[in-house]
Design a protein around this ligand. Structure first.
Ligand code: FAD
Length: 368
């Protein structure tokens, strides 16, 4: 008969590790379940090598980090240093974690949940879902663009190549910065093209500063605002290529004039955001709401947002969802009304969600 935990936590990113630590501090029994080999596997997989980690806070939030032990240092350190620090912290605190266990489903039983994973089932009175939001979005073009990379696993691969980075946000900017840097260090003057479908790029201040520095140090960047990836194709020589239109003019008689560039797909990285967890939530029978025009400010029309109350509890009572998994926004049910709530995808948000959710669970378990 396996143990009944107070809390089962799914995903060991900043949110999950903070939950585990808070449970320990509050004397709750818990188990942290992680699909990767290590805590912070999501960060290990998605941050470019050497990326600095910032203790960024959303503008509208006044308070500090609620679990100070996991706060990235004020003077930014590399992702490798931050991850190493957290790994030591987890070891030092002897946090109870099972790695390489892929979360699959949750069964409801009388008085407890059974959390099913690739390493068996675990029983918990409450479940916190903190599996992040790092399922990269696919580039949709006519033809096949599966060969296009979605993350930067090794910047060195792009030395000597004209490289195309697609996407207008911080993740794309980080990839651009890493490639510019490695090219500069190897005296490679081949440019990095940075393309985005919109006319403007949308990056935070720190990222913009680092990009500016890299350009001043000689980084060869060509911006392609308003550029649309159109076709994935295999050319006569069997090379997979991506064609991107860099400007288009529509004539009144239906004729289109455009300039386009065709890149071998091995030169292209598409950082166009991540897809939400809607499919998984359907399986878990956790309710989501589709955004319709005019209702959502952060999400786009058709995006499915998870429905949470002000304690981050889902529509399956006793199951909570926090951190990157509910970013960039969710539908908050409060005082009988439902409204879209902004939820910036930051370490700060993940850690602070964790602290407040464990506080809530602690009080609920005291009264049952
Ligand atoms: C390139 C990049 C740079 C960033 N830079 C910064 C920065 O400088 N400062 C900042 O504040 N924020 C930054 N962010 C955002 C920040 O990393 C996220 O907000 C934060 O990691 C969210 O934490 P989380 O715990 O919710 O999710 P994650 O960190 O994504 O952790 C989720 C964990 O769940 C695990 N998991 C996923 N699916 C399963 C499953 N089925 N079963 C079991 N485990 C599972 C994953 O392996 C992962 O370890 C950056 C993000 C990116 C992509």
């Amino acid at each position: 008969m396996n143990m009944l935990y107070d809390v089962i936590i799914v995903g060991a990113g900043p949110a999950g590790v903070a939950c585990a630590y808070m449970c320990k501090k509050k004397g709750l029994s818990y188990l942290l379940v992680e699909s990767g080999k290590s805590v912070f596997q999501g960060i290990i997989n998605t941050y470019p090598e050497g990326k600095k980690v910032y203790a960024s806070k959303p503008k509208e939030m006044a308070g500090g980090f609620l679990v100070d032990e996991l706060r990235p240092p004020d003077k930014p350190v590399t992702v490798e240093m931050y991850v190493q620090y957290v790994q030591h912290f987890v070891q030092h605190e002897n946090l109870s974690i099972i790695t390489e266990a892929e979360f699959q489903d949750i069964e409801t039983h009388r008085g407890f949940f059974q959390v099913l994973t690739s390493k068996g089932g675990f029983k918990g009175k409450k479940v916190v879902l903190s599996f992040g939001n790092s399922i990269p979005r696919e580039l949709t073009v006519y033809g096949d663009a599966k060969m296009v990379a979605k993350t930067l696993d090794d910047p060195k691969k792009y030395i000597g190549l004209r490289t195309l980075v697609i996407g207008g946000g911080n993740t794309a900017a980080d990839v651009v910065i890493s490639i510019l840097k490695i090219k500069r260090q190897h005296n490679d003057s081949q440019p990095v093209y940075w393309a985005h479908v919109s006319e403007t790029f949308d990056v935070n201040k720190e990222t913009a500063q680092r990009l500016g520095e890299e350009i001043l140090l000689g980084g060869n960047i060509r911006l392609l605002p308003g550029a649309t990836p159109r076709i994935g194709e295999v050319d006569d020589e069997g090379i997979d290529r991506l064609v991107i239109r860099i400007n288009e003019f529509k004539e009144s008689d239906g004729i289109e004039l455009y300039h386009a560039m065709s890149f071998p797909m091995k030169n292209v990285i598409a950082c166009i955001g991540s897809q939400g967890s809607a499919t998984l939530l359907d399986k878990l029978q956790i309710q989501t709401i589709s955004c319709t025009e005019g209702i959502c400010k952060v999400a786009k029309e058709g995006d499915r947002l998870v429905l949470l109350n002000s304690d981050f509890e889902t529509t399956r009572k006793g199951i909570y969802m926090i951190g990157g998994a509910v970013s960039p926004s969710y539908m908050k049910v409060a005082d009988g009304a439902i409204a879209e709530e902004k939820h910036p995808n930051l370490i700060y948000t993940a850690i602070n969600d964790a602290a407040s959710v464990i506080e809530t669970i602690f009080s609920k378990l005291q009264t049952t």
